[in-house]
Design a protein around this ligand. Sequence first.
Ligand SMILES: [Zn+2]
Length: 118
Amino acid sequence: MVQDPNPNHAAFAEMPATALIRSKSDHLVSLASMPALFETLARRPAGQAVPVASNVEYELNIASGGRGSMNEMDGIGRRSVLACPDCHGVMWEIEEGEVVRYRCHVGHTYSAEIRALH
Ligand SMILES: [Zn+2]
């Protein structure tokens, strides 16, 4: 579900516009329509379970307080020359299509524009 990026519906149109470019959405709705659609979708029976990609599962573990080993981090990205602004550890560069982001083994994450994601 993505908010309609029309300036009449979105105060910050760039965010939903970027979501539309970078991902496939099933629903494009105004902010005012989202609660009703969430309720409708939540009442539908769940579909088949979808296996989670190992790199996503690994990053979720790090983001929820786990730590990544150097070898495991090498599996999701490549070591960069950048140090984490928070813990000063090595940052791994992770490419996902046109999006590049950085993550340290502690879990701090940054976009290429150096804005904290978590
Ligand atoms: Zn860090």
